[in-house]
Design a protein around this ligand. Structure first.
Ligand code: ATP
Length: 480
C-alpha cells in the first residue's frame, strides 16, 4: 500500500516519538545538525547491521574495515579532494545569501521542463553567472536577480592536531569513507591474499561543509556512509559486475522496506561523468520534497589506486598467481548515506488510516498513524502491556513475559514494556514507532498462562500461550 507523506508529517513524528531531535536545541540549535534519539539510534543501527550482514558477513569476498577518521593530509592531496572536491558557490549581491549555482540552475531547468534535470554546468564561472542572470533565476531568500560570479568552494572541513594551530598540523575530517579503503588496500592484500574479484567495505562518519544543507536529514554536514570498493581485473567485464551490484543493492533496499516503486536509476550523462568513470548511476528516490539521489554506483576504473600509488610511492598491486601477472585492479563503488536511507525508509513506511477505517481502540476517536516497517527494521520487535497498571500481579507477570520474549544474546530481541495510559493509547504509541506486535497480560493470563497478541498491520488480536510467544516472534521475524 503506497501513501504519500509530507516532510512536516515525518519531522513531527520523528520529534514526537524520539527518532530525531534538532541538535543543541537548548542553546538555540545549530543549523542542520540533528541528534538521533533512542528510536533513531535503533533504526540506524538496524540499517547498518543489515547492510553489514548482507554485504560483509554473509559473503566470502568482502572484507570489513573501520579506519581512523582523521588521515594524513597527503591522502586528500593524492585523491584529488584537496584541489577539486568543491561546489560552485554564488552570492546574492542584494542579501548576501550563498547558494550552489549548480543546484539553482538544475532546479530552474526542472521548473521549466519537469522530469529530471539534465543540465550540464558550464565550467567557466562567468558563463555560469551569465546563465543565472539570463535565465532570471531569483535568489531563494530575497527574490532578487543579482548574482556574483561563482567561486569553487572546497567542502572539506579542517581542524588541527596538537596544540599549535599551524598549517603543518592541519588535517581534514574525511568527506567520504572510501579513500581509507584504497589506502588500506595493500594491508588487506598482504594479510589475506584475497583472489579477485573481492571487496572492502566500511561504515562510518563523513563530514562535508555543504553550502546548502537542508531537507531534514537528507543533506547535512555530518553524516554516515556505507561504502564498498569492489575490485575486479581490468580484463573482466566491468559492466556485468556493475549490473550485479545494481541488482544486489535493489534487493537489499527492498528487504529493508524501501518502496521500490519510488526508486529510479538515473544514468549520469557521458558529458557529466568524471574523466575516470565509464558509468555512474545515481539511484534516486521520490522523497516528499522531490526526486533526489539516494545513493550512487560508479565504475571508477583504476583511478584511485593509481593516484595513491603515485601519492605514496608504494606499489598498490595485485599479483595473479595463475597468470603470474601484476596489475592495479579496477573498482566498482556502491556508496550510500545511512541517513538518506533512513529518511527513505520512514517515507516508505508512513501510513495514516482514514478516520472511518480507524477502530476505536483508543478512548477517543483519532486517526491511526503507523509505520509499516519490516520487523527487522522496527526499533522494538514487540511491546508488552499489563492490562491495568495498578495491579502489581499483572505488572509483575508482564515483566516476566517481556523477559521471555526478549530472550538473550545472540538471539536477543528488543522488547518494550509500557503501562502508561489505556490500552488503546498504548497501541497507538507502538503503531507510530512501527512495533509489529503488542502482547497484553490480563486476568485470564494469571489463570491459564495465555496472553493476547495484537498485529500492527491488521489490528487483529489472538490469544496464545506464553510458552509459545517467543517461538511466535521468531517465526514472524523470519517472515517479515
Ligand atoms: P549530492 O549530489 O546529493 O551532494 P554526492 O553525489 O555528492 O551527493 P557522493 O559523494 O556520491 O554524493 O556520496 C555518496 C552518498 O553519500 C550519497 O549518495 C548520499 O547517500 C550520501 N551523502 C553525500 N553527501 C551527503 C550529505 N551532505 N548528507 C547526507 N548524506 C550524504
Amino acid at each position: 500500500m503506497q501513501q504519500n507523506v509530507s516532510m512536516e508529517q515525518l519531522i513531527s513524528l520523528c520529534k514526537r516519538r524520539g527518532f530525531i531531535f534538532p541538535g543543541s536545541e537548548i542553546y538555540g540549535g545549530l543549523a542542520n545538525a540533528w541528534d538521533f534519539g533512542p528510536l533513531g539510534v535503533a533504526l540506524k543501527n538496524n540499517i547498518k547491521r543489515s547492510w553489514w550482514q548482507t554485504f560483509v558477513e554473509e559473503r566470502d569476498d568482502i572484507y570489513g574495515l573501520d579506519a581512523a577518521l582523521l588521515m594524513n593530509r597527503k591522502v586528500w592531496q593524492a585523491s584529488g579532494h584537496e584541489s577539486t572536491f568543491s561546489d560552485p558557490l554564488v552570492e546574492c549581491k542584494n542579501c548576501h545569501a550563498r547558494v550552489r549555482a549548480d543546484i539553482l540552475l538544475a532546479e530552474a531547468e526542472l521548473n521549466k521542463k519537469g522530469g529530471v534535470a539534465t543540465l550540464i554546468l558550464p565550467a567557466d564561472p562567468e558563463t555560469q553567472k551569465e546563465l543565472l542572470m539570463n535565465e532570471k533565476i531569483k535568489c531563494p531568500s530575497c527574490d532578487i536577480v543579482d548574482w556574483s560570479s561563482p567561486k569553487q568552494f572546497n567542502l572539506m572541513l579542517k581542524t588541527f592536531l596538537g596544540p599549535a594551530e599551524e598549517e603543518a598540523n592541519m588535517v581534514y575530517f574525511r568527506p567520504e569513507t572510501a579513500q581509507a579503503i584504497f589506502v588500506d588496500f595493500k594491508q588487506i592484500v598482504d594479510t589475506y591474499a584475497p583472489k579477485l574479484p573481492f571487496g572492502i567495505a566500511q561504515i562510518g562518519k563523513a563530514f562535508r561543509n555543504e553550502i546548502t544543507p537542508g531537507n531534514f536529514i537528507f543533506r547535512t554536514r555530518e553524516f554516515e556512509q556505507m561504502e564498498i570498493e569492489y575490485f575486479i581485473k581490468d580484463s573482466e567485464k566491468w559492466n556485468e559486475h556493475f549490473e550485479i551490484w545494481l541488482k544486489e543493492m535493489n534487493g537489499w533496499m527492498a528487504s529493508i522496506g524501501i518502496d521500490m516503486q519510488k526508486v529510479h536509476n538515473l544514468d549520469v550523462p557521458k558529458e557529466e561523468l568524471a574523466h575516470y568513470s565509464k558509468r555512474t548511476v545515481d539511484v534516486e528516490f521520490e522523497f516528499p520534497f522531490g526526486r533526489k539521489e539516494l545513493f550512487g554506483l560508479a565504475y571508477r576504473g583504476d583511478f584511485d589506486l593509481q593516484s595513491h600509488q603515485k601519492g605514496s610511492g608504494q606499489k598498490l598491486e595485485y599479483f595473479d598467481e595463475e597468470t603470474k601477472e601484476r596489475m592495479v585492479p579496477h573498482v566498482i563503488e556502491p556508496s550510500m548515506g545511512v541517513e538518506r536511507m533512513m529518511l527513505a525508509i520512514l517515507a516508505s513506511a508512513f501510513r495514516e488510516d482514514p478516520l472511518e477505517a480507524t477502530p476505536s481502540e483508543a478512548s477517543e476517536q483519532e486517526k491511526r498513524i503507523w509505520l509499516d516497517l519490516p520487523m527487522r527494521m522496527a526499533p522494538y520487535k514487540a511491546a508488552v502491556f499489563p492490562l491495568l497498571s495498578n495491579k502489581p500481579e499483572l505488572v509483575e507477570k508482564a515483566q516476566e513475559v517481556r523477559k521471555v520474549l526478549q530472550g538473550s544474546w545472540p538471539g536477543f530481541f528488543p522488547v518494550v514494556f509500557d503501562k502508561s495510559g489505556n490500552i488503546g493509547k498504548r497501541y497507538r504509541r507502538q503503531d507510530e514507532i512501527g512495533t509489529p506486535y503488542c502482547f497484553t497480560v490480563d486476568f485470564q493470563t494469571l489463570e491459564d498462562d495465555t496472553i493476547t497478541v495484537r498485529d500492527r498491520d491488521t489490528m487483529k488480536q489472538e490469544r496464545i500461550a506464553i510458552a509459545h510467544a517467543r517461538a511466535f516472534l521468531e517465526e514472524k521475524m523470519k517472515a517479515r
